[in-house]
Ligand binder design. Sequence first.
Ligand code: F6P
Length: 342
Amino acid sequence: MTRIGILTSGGDCPGLNAVIRGAVLKGTEVHGQEFVGFLDGWRGLVEGDVIPLDRSRVRGLAQQGGTILGTSRFGPYQGPDGGAQNIQKTLGRLGIDAVIAIGGEGTAAASKRLFGEGIRIVGVPKTIDNDLSHTDYTFGFDTAVEIATVAIDRLRTTGNSHKRCMVLEVMGRHAGWIALHAGTAGGAHAILIPEHPESLEQICEWVTSVRDRGRSPMVVVAEGFTLPEMEEAYSTKGLDGFDRPRLGGIAEVLAPLIEKHTGVEARATVLGHIQRGGVPTAFDRVLATRLGMAVTDLVAEEDWGRMVALHGTDIARVDFDELAEPKYVPDERYQEMRILFG
Ligand code: F6P
């Protein structure tokens, strides 16, 4: 019987538990596999910290947010017990034949390296940011968009009451998928994403044109967005006296600038980790379950060094390095919505 260790690594994501459940249910029922879970991501693998995973342990998990295994940003090459050789010994000691790593680009890159050094490993892509290539959607993204859209709806009523410009910051360090989708769904008057520079002047133009129509402007900004003016100004100590924001603080810089340059009272909301918490949407549960089930086929067929992915409505297989490539919002997708701004 093949004994498999599952780990969840990197930032958590709604749907992780559904992947674990899908894998354990199909793996045990169809392939006769046995499962254990590594605790806290790669740390559990490196330190041999495991818990048993059977049918009863995964009951009712599809709807549960977070990850029952815990996660961390610890890497497999970290610490005195890290590295492929040590990991191979640990796996041998625990009687584990193969590893399923559920994670984002960092996990895919680390998995690829481990695979190259002889570890029997396969993977499942995960990120709320939806910024991994060669998969159409990642689970967790739909949930994050839903939460951000509800936030826009709520901000709109309070913004309207006070005739304020509401600036909502959502996650997305390198790619603006959450901002684009939630902003579109919520009818934002401007969507600002890291891939596409917009000037403060342009943003203020959109805000004033909304105000001139008697409406309350709604701006959705991804955390990785910066104003072109900011890059230059920060190097000389702040734009209008502001320090460069920590990642996840751009709304708090933008709102006062908009207020100052347009005269429209503005408020910032940083949605933060609310986007990653709580129950996954039905779409994410289904996608995560299918990916979890499909990854056990990779193990059964000894198709090592590969990950499962979504192509259209089908579950496909891709190499680790393909998935590690970032997927940015293409210019035409941004321009498509940009004509509606203001
Ligand atoms: O990669 C997912 C993500 O949610 C990013 O959008 C965000 O920048 C980051 O994780 C936050 O990570 P942490 O939870 O470690 O602060």
